[in-house]
Design a binder for this molecule. Structure first.
Ligand code: GDP
Length: 444
């Protein structure tokens, strides 16, 4: 996400970060570079102008002249102004309505509306423990209705049936009556999308809006369309009262033009980012965290939250207990850990959130961490249960058998056993003396 923008901005900011003094010329030159980077990122012109004017005005003022670390002060100004451009503070989804809270999804065809409906339903169900029903009012494409039925099944929420030929308003009204009867907390209404904005589509969504009185009307838009995303959002905002925007396909957007333009152009907050095709790839939009990511400072808060959400607490507790028992850490546990890390989603999406992550990613292009872990799991799968429990049994002939069984060289088996030994030693330290001792061990 935003790799190109981040690497350009990081270069500008790195050249200025360590400066003990900043002259007016240096500030102007840096502002010019920032401007170029934003132009290249396809950010809307008025947004660029506003941003650069503010950064320059502040940088030429007391904040820099009286700072002992002018380079750092400049970085802070850029970070703060980026945060403001992105919307300031996070605006969480609003469900404060007489239940069921209705969420209306709008957007062009192919923007990711149906996918996002599924992701949002999943998030509200798993994280907020809401009882969610979804319905499709796309009466023009039977495939769209079927797609929503499948997505709903995958994320485990109720799908209210609809069919081609019915009226969108009648479908939505019936779904709402049903949701009331079921005491559902949330009803998400997916709507029809066209390939371009047209009158008929606007009239239909306005009618739907009037019929179901949604507490949230979210505009779903493909971030890869750059500043055009912001323009389309404005056209919609003129027709229906939008409450927020969801930017999808951020995972493929190296520029960032949509994210930086939407708020300024529409006046509406970005509420979520779609960061992949799978149903768990929806992130709450935090302007300050994204600003940090854009300037190469990483996003440790999101990283920690994401990791905490995905670690299986029950399994972790079991492992802790086992470590304390006589049995100790074996290859079964090692495999389990690999699988858990794999479950945390692509390693790339985690690395991306580390400070300097964009650069690390570029260097890692040729290393496929996911594949490496898959290999480890395959090797352990080729062992007998006895070997997994007592790895010391694995001598030369067994190594050859395991290597052949998992389609790798014997060296790979040796490497895995060494990794396992190191991990087991660390685990022993954790079990015997907790983290503090482990840290001392690492330091010594
Ligand atoms: P709709 O016509 O607006 O309902 O769009 P869909 O939900 O059918 O999505 C269109 C395509 O975009 C599908 O292939 C989705 O898998 C894909 N898509 C949606 N959101 C994302 C996202 O955040 N990242 C990526 N990489 N693909 C996405």
């Amino acid at each position: 996400m935003f790799e190109n923008l981040t690497s350009r901005l990081t270069r500008v900011l790195d050249s200025i970060r360590g400066q003990g003094r900043l002259t007016e010329e240096q500030i102007s030159a840096a502002a010019r570079e920032l401007r170029m980077a934003l132009l290249e990122a396809d950010v809307a012109l008025p947004v660029i102008k506003d941003f650069i004017d503010k950064v320059k005005a502040r940088a030429l003022g007391v904040e820099i002249t009286q700072s002992l670390t002018p380079g750092q002060a400049f970085l802070r100004i850029v970070q703060q102004e980026l945060t403001t451009t992105l919307g300031g503070t996070a605006e969480p989804i609003n469900l404060r309505a007489q239940p069921p809270a209705v969420i209306l999804m709008a957007g062009l065809q192919g923007s990711g509306k149906t996918t996002t409906t599924g992701k949002l339903a999943r998030k509200l169900k798993t994280e907020d423990k809401k009882n969610v029903i979804v319905v499709s009012a796309d009466v023009y494409r039977p495939a769209a209705i079927e797609q929503l039925r499948i997505v709903a099944g995958q994320v485990g929420v109720e799908w209210f049936p609809s069919a081609v030929g019915e009226s969108p308003v009648a479908i939505a009204t019936a779904a709402l009556a049903h949701a009331r009867k079921q005491y559902a907390d949330v009803l998400i209404v997916d709507t029809a999308g066209r390939t371009t904005v047209d009158q008929e589509m606007m009239a239909e969504i306005a009618q739907l809006h009037a019929a179901v009185n949604p507490v949230e009307t979210l505009f779903v838009v493909d971030s890869m369309t750059g500043q055009d995303a912001a323009k389309t959002a404005r056209a919609f905002a003129d027709a229906v009262p939008l409450t927020g925007v969801v930017l999808t396909k951020i995972d493929g957007d190296s520029r960032g033009g949509a994210a930086l333009s939407v708020r300024h152009v529409t006046g509406k907050p970005i509420k979520f980012l779609g960061v992949g095709e799978k149903s768990d790839k929806l992130e709450v939009f935090h302007p300050d965290r994204i600003a940090n990511r854009i300037i190469g400072q990483g996003d440790m808060l999101s990283l920690i939250e994401e990791t905490a959400k995905k670690v299986d607490a029950e399994k972790a507790a079991k492992l802790a207990q086992k470590l304390k028992s006589k049995k100790g850490f074996d290859l079964e546990d090692f495999r389990e850990q690999m699988l858990q890390v794999q479950n945390m989603g692509s390693i790339e999406s985690l690395i991306e959130k580390l400070p300097g992550g964009a650069q690390i990613q570029a260097q890692m292009k040729n290393v496929n961490a996911g594949k490496e872990m898959g290999k480890v799991v395959a090797i352990i799968n080729s062992m007998t249960p006895q070997e997994r429990k007592f790895p010391d049994l694995i001598k030369a002939s067994r190594k050859r058998r395991i290597a052949a069984g998992s389609g790798v060289e014997v060296q790979e088996v040796n490497k895995l056993l060494r990794q396992f030994d190191t991990t087991r030693d660390m685990m022993k330290k954790v079990a015997n003396g907790g983290m503090a001792k482990l840290m001392r061990g690492l330091a010594g």
